[in-house]
Design a protein around this ligand. Structure first.
Ligand code: GLN
Length: 484
């Protein structure tokens, strides 16, 4: 028997019950990566030695009769903007090539304690800026469902790794959709937890008021299991909330949706969305109704400004977060520079790719004196209006249903010439980051040409447990075909 394709929960149960060893699991997943990743390129680094050593340590712990953690022996693929002590962390950027993490991110420390096994670091759009993983400075990652297509982004390597059966669980980060959109395009489950539910210590910051770490998995139950491990208060991340109870991630999937109020935001079914996506999402809504949910139309009128708002706030925060990569404090230093100014100029000029430079310039402009009030401060005010729209909606409904992305996976190169069309990939995911609420993408169908479609379910802040339980019930009604 093979452990490839098993859920994280089943692997952990098999390892703790003695059905197979953690070392067998690691070997099988590493062999699969060796065999198949050349055609997908999900990984920037494969941690072969370390993974085997970690797996053997889990097996030894079992032999000694010690209690094993909730994710014992589960291979985890980690987006390469999250620090694992002693492992190179690049953000898929030339500027960080060779940078070795000096400590474990909080999520990594928690996974380690739960006896998970880190199998590798995954490719991303440079510094998590993008929606297709084409902005990686190293190479492109292919969508396992169709290798001419992108896997989405920016956590494209993590989503592709899960879809290809390289790991049942991957970590991503989501600033404007980077967990949910690639999960949708790769037929995986992707959870952006409530802002503050998961510590970001050890996540290389892109836009700190929006960034959130979360899991990409094959099942909603695995996403819940992962959140119960990585979630929880971290006193060393000032934005981490003591309000979130990680244990509450594990609510059982309800048998019926009787009593559940579901809102369908009318602004999320706009012209321009792919008709096959709309059809699959409408059918998913009908599944909720069949299970007894009461659906009603709601309005989130300010969502139409979400992209403009995001593209002022996120680049502003990025321009200040990325100032530290100057060739001196962090990052690769340009070889030939006569003055300090030249060190900065050349190191940053050579080290950052075009999209990162575009964001830094946009952000610097929006924050500059004379423009700050017109752009950054105004965007903050619109952000508040967007957040209030959600608060109003959640006064009368428990969950919202929308498409995750306006289209299924697109071809390489299709959107690279036109940044605006790329930015539109996140039109339905960005509002949740601006509002800080919990959102998940679950597979809800395939297009005629065989590409996955994602349904987005949104819940109010700290309702992650309810969100995951609803997603699990939907999945039970609508099992999704797997690639592996
Ligand atoms: N695609 C969006 C961007 O380029 C979101 C990225 C993300 O969530 N990290 O900014």
């Amino acid at each position: 028997m093979t452990t490839i394709g098993l859920s994280a929960a089943d692997i952990a149960a098999g390892v703790s019950g003695g059905a197979f060893s953690a070392e067998d699991v690691a070997r099988e997943h590493l062999a699969r990566i060796k065999e198949k990743d050349a055609g997908i390129r999900a990984f920037v680094t494969v941690l072969e030695e370390q993974a085997l050593a970690q797996a053997r340590a889990v097996d030894a712990k079992k032999k000694r009769g010690e209690k094993l953690g909730a994710l014992c022996g589960v291979p985890v693929a980690v987006k390469d903007n999250i620090l694992i002590e002693g492992v190179e962390t690049t953000c898929s950027s030339k500027i960080l090539k060779g940078y070795v993490a000096p400590y474990d991110a909080d999520v990594i420390a928690r996974l380690r304690k739960a006896d998970a096994v880190f199998i590798g670091k995954t490719n991303l759009d440079e510094f998590a800026m993008g929606s297709s993983t084409e902005n990686s400075a190293f190479f492109k990652t292919a969508n396992p469902w169709n290798k001419d297509c992108v896997p989405g982004g920016s956590s494209g390597g993590s989503a592709a790794a899960v879809a290809a059966g390289f790991a049942p669980l991957a970590l991503g980060s989501d600033t404007g959709g980077s967990i949910r959109q690639p999960a949708a395009l790769c037929g995986a489950v992707g959870l952006k937890p409530t802002y503050g539910a998961v510590s970001r210590r050890g996540l290389i910051a892109f836009a700190s008021s929006l960034d959130q770490i979360g899991p990409i998995t094959r099942t909603a139950a695995d996403a819940a299991l992962a959140l119960s491990v990585i979630g929880g208060h971290d006193p060393l991340d000032s934005t981490s909330s003591p309000e979130f109870d990680a244990g509450k991630a594990l609510e059982p999937a309800p048998k019926s949706f009787v009593g559940l109020r579901v809102g369908i935001p009318k602004e999320y079914f706009i012209k321009g969305i792919d008709p096959e996506v709309e059809k699959a999402v409408r059918e998913a809504i009908a599944v909720f109704e069949k299970l007894g949910a009461k659906t009603s139309e709601v309005s989130l009128p300010h969502s139409q400004y979400a992209i403009s708002t995001y593209y002022l706030i996120a680049p502003s925060e990025a321009s200040s977060n990325l100032a530290r990569f100057d060739g001196i404090r962090y990052g690769r230093r340009a070889a030939e520079a006569a003055t300090l100014e030249e060190v900065y100029e050349r190191s940053r000029g050579e080290g950052f790719g075009p999209e990162v430079k575009r964001r830094i310039m946009l952000g610097t402009y929006a924050l500059s004196s004379g423009y700050y009030d017109a752009y950054y401060a105004k965007a903050q005010r619109v952000r508040t209006l967007i957040k209030q729209d959600f608060e109003k909606a959640f006064a009368s409904v428990d969950l919202l249903l929308t498409p995750t992305a306006p289209s299924p996976a697109f071809k390489f190169g299709e959107k690279t010439k036109d940044p605006l069309s790329m930015y539109l990939s996140d039109v339905f995911t960005i509002p949740s980051n601006l509002a800080g609420n919990a959102s998940i993408s679950v597979p809800c169908g395939l297009t005629r040409s065989g590409l996955p479609i994602g349904l987005q379910i949104i819940a109010d802040q700290f309702q992650d447990g309810r969100l995951l339980a609803a997603a699990a019930a939907f999945e039970r009604e609508r099992p999704f075909p797997r690639l592996s």
